[in-house]
Design a protein around this ligand. Structure first.
Ligand code: ADE
Length: 248
């Protein structure tokens, strides 16, 4: 996969993409990530990327010409979604991450200032994504968040391959608690079932814990999570009576 990011702050990406799972994925050749300086596509002496809004009002608007030139040069003749990061976009979640991970290429445009010229939206961008209902100073942090969530889904990116499939949200549920050694810490012990060596009982306990935690913290997720009849029985025992998703 190749990810191109267009920004006026390319240096913001250096340490984030040079650590941990993203770094390893790049080293393994699973993903190539490039942060491009939008100013490289300006044509004036001052490398201007923004201007005042027509009709007045405060704030600055990102100019269309450098953004079009950057995307056209970076994209070439290839197919690639061109994604604008903006609080007005569709909300990012694990399903969107999985959808983006299926593309060979992604191009992100990081908005700054009050916004971008509307012609960028209308004639260049193919998708608009927000990472949450709050306003950041620009799309850069959103591009990092999305890149991280996408790259860890690429086959081979995680040391332990099943981990991504079991993550909170990947199953439509939150994960239950995890424990590691020591078995007793400050007199707090771990659930006995985990040391029983009984794999089926451990799997059942984990599933029940995931259901319980989701019910306690994010009951809204239960309405769309894929659940078995057994899951529904357990949830009813915990006091949840639906709604449930139509299909398993
Ligand atoms: N730019 C500013 N705020 C944003 C948000 N919440 N998501 C994506 N891009 C943004």
């Amino acid at each position: 996969m190749r990810i191109d990011i267009i920004t006026i702050f390319p240096e913001m990406f250096d340490c984030v993409f040079d650590a941990s799972i993203i770094k390893r994925a790049r080293e393994k050749g699973l993903v190539e990530i490039r942060a491009h300086n939008l100013r490289d596509w300006t044509t004036d002496k001052h490398k201007t990327t923004d201007d005042t809004p027509y009709g007045g009002g405060g704030g600055m608007i990102m100019k269309p010409e450098p953004i079009f030139a950057a995307v056209e040069a970076i994209k070439g003749e290839e197919e690639a979604p061109v994604i604008l990061l903006t609080p007005q976009g569709r909300l990012f979640n694990q399903t969107v991450a999985e959808e983006l991970a299926r593309h060979e290429r992604l191009i992100f445009i990081c908005g700054r200032y009050e916004g971008v010229d509307e012609r960028v939206r209308e004639h260049l961008v193919t998708d608009e994504i927000s990472i949450g209902d709050y306003v950041l100073s620009g799309g850069e942090l959103a591009a990092m968040v999305i890149t991280d969530a996408v790259v860890r889904l690429l086959p081979g990116a995680l040391g332990y391959e099943r981990a991504a499939a079991e993550d909170s949200h990947a199953t439509g549920l939150l994960e239950g608690p995890h424990y590691t050694r020591p078995p007793e810490f400050r007199r707090w012990t771990i659930p006995e079932v985990l040391t029983s060596g009984h794999h089926a009982r451990v799997a059942q306990w984990r599933r029940q814990q995931a259901l319980k935690r989701t019910l306690e913290r994010r009951p809204d997720l239960l309405a769309s999570a894929p659940l078995s009849e057994q899951d529904k029985r357990w949830l009813r025992e915990m006091g949840y009576n639906g709604p449930f998703a139509e299909d398993e």
